[in-house]
Write a protein that binds this ligand. Structure first.
Ligand SMILES: Cc1ncc(COP(=O)(O)O)c(C=O)c1O
Ligand SMILES: [Zn+2]
Length: 413
């Protein structure tokens, strides 16, 4: 059963039935899901969760839709790894990596789409759709294919080719909009009104956003039911960041973890950093920017959840910070070299902000810090072209090889 009770306006508190709605008719504020928390919290326990599947559906009591095998690609329950090498480089003894690059379509977007797609089936909508900066398109296309629904994905035309391919291969209709993400999103919002499709991040957004809470639940469970001291996640619209925070708050309210709750740190790249900018200016009013960043997955110039992200940063005593564009590839390479994980540009942004804060001694060395790695690097490999790749060119001959080769000496940990 679902504990969902309806939708509520985040601005004025007006409530609505749990339909395919996303804006408040009274004040145009965004709607979000609300639950019978009292009854839910009396029911859930570490044991009820442990009895669930090894996917994000083990947390179904906290989600607004019902499990259905028709869209299940085994989303979520990704590894949490102790990062000894990167931790040593940054002076952090308890650094952990939540590796969401290994989801079915290689990004955390599978989580939000799993929840939204299940809702689209419940509402009997005729198609699945989205406006996307890349990863969402692939996640929507794959889950639609699994569900046997048509998919329509609206993307900026200049997206990375691998991201376009990763949506097209599943049979989605790719709508390449001549403009940036914010323009693609505007067109998609008009299309959502015109056709009755389930746009996961528009008319299904209140359900979709809830899927990101599972990134908090999993980390808490994998740490042995405790909250980390700090977490760091990339920020585009701000939905992921605010919902990770909500996930920890819900576990605390349900007495599944003790306090204190983590400091929430958000990461943006300088070419599109409207929320980091507002945070630095000590305001919750976001001034939209024209996005120009190599981190295309984070290139949202007019972020829907920007002000709420600022609220979370302040309340949790964290912050939202940016790094220069050149640091994006450096962060990707640092992670890959030290831990063997090839994350995408959003991951490069996250690791570089983490490094910037660690270098500034913003953490106690023994704090438990979790970095969310939200997408796979193979979809954004051209971002690495400016970095020199070391390789040995040789004839198929040992002598020739030995002339080129200098063995590397590794320190044993
Ligand atoms: C890999 C990756 N990380 C992070 C984000 C940020 O998500 P949000 O828009 O919820 O802030 C995105 C969004 O597309 C993404 O693709
Ligand atoms: Zn309202």
């Amino acid at each position: 059963m679902s504990w969902l009770r309806g939708l509520r306006c985040q601005e004025c508190g007006a409530s609505y039935p749990a339909d395919a709605l996303f804006v408040c008719a009274e004040c145009l504020g965004p709607l979000e899901a609300y639950y019978d928390e009292h009854a839910r919290n009396a029911h859930v326990s570490h044991k009820t969760i442990a009895q669930g599947p090894r996917t994000l559906w083990r947390y179904h009591d906290f989600l607004p839709s019902q499990y259905t095998p028709r869209v299940d690609l085994s989303d979520g329950w990704t590894p949490l790894l102790h990062a000894r090498n990167l931790g040593r480089a940054l002076g952090l003894n308890n650094l952990y990596l939540k590796n969401d690059t290994v989801n079915p379509t290689f990004s955390f977007k599978d989580r939000v789409v799993a929840v939204a797609a299940a809702k689209a089936l419940e509402f009997d909508l005729p198609a699945l759709a989205c406006a996307s900066t890349g990863n969402l398109a692939g996640a929507v296309a794959a889950h639609a294919a699994r569900a046997g629904l048509p998919a329509y994905v609206f993307i900026p035309a200049d997206l990375e080719p691998a991201k376009i391919l990763s949506a097209a291969i599943y049979g989605a209709t790719v709508v390449a909009v001549q403009g940036d993400y914010d323009q693609a999103n505007r067109l998609a919002t008009e299309a959502a009104e015109e056709y009755g499709w389930g746009f996961v991040n528009i008319n299904l957004r209140p359900y979709y956003a809830e899927g990101s809470k599972t990134l908090a639940y999993e980390v808490a469970e994998q740490l042995g039911w405790r909250a980390p001291d700090a977490v760091i996640a990339p920020v585009a619209s701000g939905a992921l960041y605010t919902k990770i925070n909500r996930g920890f708050e819900e576990l605390y309210a349900a007495q599944l973890i003790a306090g204190p709750l983590p400091k929430m740190i958000g990461a943006q790249a300088a070419g599109c950093a409207p929320i980091a900018h507002a945070f630095a200016q000590r305001t919750r009013e976001i001034t939209p920017v024209q996005a120009r960043s190599i981190a295309k997955s984070l290139a949202i110039g007019n972020p829907a959840d920007g002000s709420y992200a600022i609220d979370v940063a302040r309340k949790s005593e964290g912050g939202i910070f940016s790094v220069p564009e050149r640091a994006v590839a450096e962060g990707m390479a640092l992670l890959a070299r030290t831990e063997g994980i090839f994350g995408e540009t959003a991951v490069g942004v996250t690791i570089s902000v983490l490094k910037k804060l660690a270098d500034a001694r913003a953490f106690d060395p023994d704090e438990i810090v979790v970095a969310y790695l939200t997408g796979n690097g193979l979809k954004t490999s051209q971002a690495l072209e400016p970095l020199a790749h070391q390789r040995i060119d040789t004839k198929p001959n040992l002598e020739f090889f030995q002339e080129q080769f200098e063995p590397k000496v590794y320190a044993v940990a």
